[in-house]
Design a protein around this ligand. Sequence first.
Ligand SMILES: Cc1cc2nc3c(=O)[nH]c(=O)nc-3n(C[C@H](O)[C@H](O)[C@H](O)COP(=O)(O)O)c2cc1C
Length: 192
Amino acid sequence: MMKYSNQVYVFFIVLLSSIELSFAQSSPSILITYHTESGKTQTMAEAVAKGVQEIGNVDFILKPISEVKTEEILNASAIILGSPVYNANMTPQVQGFINSWPFEGRPLKDKIGAVFVTGGGFSIGEEAVMFSMIRSMMIHGMVIVGGDSIESAFGASAITGEGEYEEKEVQDIFLKKAEGLGRRVGEMVANK
Ligand SMILES: Cc1cc2nc3c(=O)[nH]c(=O)nc-3n(C[C@H](O)[C@H](O)[C@H](O)COP(=O)(O)O)c2cc1C
C-alpha cells in the first residue's frame, strides 16, 4: 500500500511541475488591433500579422478594436494599433479604445507599442496621427518601436486616396512597411 501511495505522490509532483513548466514556457503574444470602415486599415493589419508570423514562437491576436477584451490587452507583450486618419486625427473609436485601457497601477508599463495608419492623402494627417497614438501609448509607459526601415521610422503608413493610389487596393510599397513593422516587433518580443 505504502509503495502505491509513494507512486501517486510522485505522479502528482510530476504533473504539477509540467503544468508549471507549460505556463512558464507559454510563448509571448502580440495584440494587433485596428479600426476600419472601408477595409484599408485592416489590410495593413493583416500585413503586420504576416510580418509577426515570420518570427517563430510568437503568438498574435489579430482583431478589430471593438472585439478586444481587457485580458487580451493585459496579457499582450506588445500592442500594435492601427487607425485611419480622420480630419488629421485618429478616429474617435481608436481614441475611445485607448481611453478604455486600464491605467490604475500602470499595468501597460514597459509593454512594446507600435502604430500603423492609413490616410487618404500625403501629409494631411498620417504622421500627426501616428504621433498622437504614440503619445497616448507613452502616457501608459509603453516602449515605442518604429518600423524596420527609414520610410517607416515612426510606424507603417499607407496613402489610400490620392494620385496613383486612388481607387486601388493598398499598394505593396505600404504593405511591405506594415510587414516590416510586424517582423521588428515580433523579433523584439521574442528576444525580450
Ligand atoms: C470622415 C473622414 C475624414 C477623413 N479625413 C482624412 C484626413 O484628414 N486626412 C487623410 O489623409 N485622410 C482622411 N480620410 C481618408 C481616410 O483616412 C482613408 O480613406 C483611410 O484609408 C480609410 O481607412 P479604412 O478603409 O480602414 O476605413 C478621411 C476619411 C473620412 C471618412
